[in-house]
Design a protein around this ligand. Structure first.
Ligand code: SAH
Length: 254
């Protein structure tokens, strides 16, 4: 038997992968990050599965539960929000399982920064605007390496998705405004893909006030960059003048 780390997706219970849901259906023990995972993703669990919310547990308690279940030949699902590789605190769990000789596997999920782009109907990687997405956060109780301070990353004027920071929106804006032009668009999406999703769109000048007015102070993504509202070049991939591996040029020029 194995421990499966599963990305539950951003909220909408249909945004978990088929593979992740299959494991949840079969799991004997489910430990989920209750502060953010929509409990509706667990509706498919079998009646006799044991379910725990890790919000109230320490790392040691989580590991103890996993170890005992595996020793009993049980299937374990460890459910994280979005994708577990992003601010999921799964490395320490995987390393501990490795040490204990317990087999595990990771099933990825739809991260909330992707659900945010979907909610906004925008593409992060517009040709001639930005071909880079920076995923970051402001320092909280977890520190951020000095080289990655927000104003330093901002130098690139790339598309940026800022996690875990909406409650410090003024600080986010202060850091970004050191490098992005003040008219740069910014959007904030709270609970992307949930039934009570909220969106606000503005610029570096206006966004902080709009976020306060909408009373958004947690579970929200801050995205910044010209990808939100700009002129851009059409992609080469679907350009009739270009051929590539799967399609010949329709005009024969390339
Ligand atoms: N592993 C998760 C992120 C966990 S950190 C993922 O891949 O999405 C928690 C932060 O993620 C929150 O503070 C918020 O910034 C963001 N977040 C999580 N769910 C969200 C959602 N549905 N909409 C917007 N932001 C979300």
């Amino acid at each position: 038997m194995k421990v499966y780390f599963i990305g539950a997706g951003p909220g909408d219970p249909e945004l978990i992968t088929v593979k992740g849901q299959k494991i949840i259906k079969k799991a004997d023990l489910i430990i989920y990050a209750g502060s953010l995972v929509n409990p509706a993703v667990l509706d498919v669990a079998k009646n006799n599965s044991e379910i725990y919310d890790s919000a109230a547990m320490t790392l040691e308690e989580v590991l103890e539960k996993m170890e005992a279940a595996i020793a009993d030949g049980k299937l374990v699902a460890r459910v994280h929000t979005g994708d577990p590789s992003i601010y999921g605190a799964i490395q320490e769990q995987m390393d501990a399982l490795e040490e204990k000789g317990i087999d595990y596997e990771v099933i990825p999920g739809v991260s909330s920064f992707l659900a945010t782009a979907a909610a906004l109907k925008r593409e992060y990687t517009l040709p001639d605007v930005s071909q880079t997405v920076i995923v970051t956060r402001l320092e909280g109780r977890t520190s951020v390496p000095d080289k990655e301070k927000l104003h330093k990353l901002a130098k690139h004027n790339a598309s940026m998705a800022i996690f875990l920071s909406v409650h410090m929106i003024e600080d986010v804006v202060k850091e970004l405004a050191q490098e992005y032009p003040i008219k740069t668009p910014v959007a904030v999406v709270q609970k992307a893909s949930w039934f009570d999703e909220k969106k606000v769109v503005g610029t570096l000048e206006t966004i902080a006030a709009k976020v306060k007015e909408a009373e958004i102070n947690k579970t929200a993504m801050v995205v910044v960059g010209d990808f939100l509202d700009t002129e851009y070049s059409k992609s080469k991939l679907y350009d009739k003048d270009f051929s590539h591996e799967y399609r010949k040029s329709k005009t024969g020029s390339n």
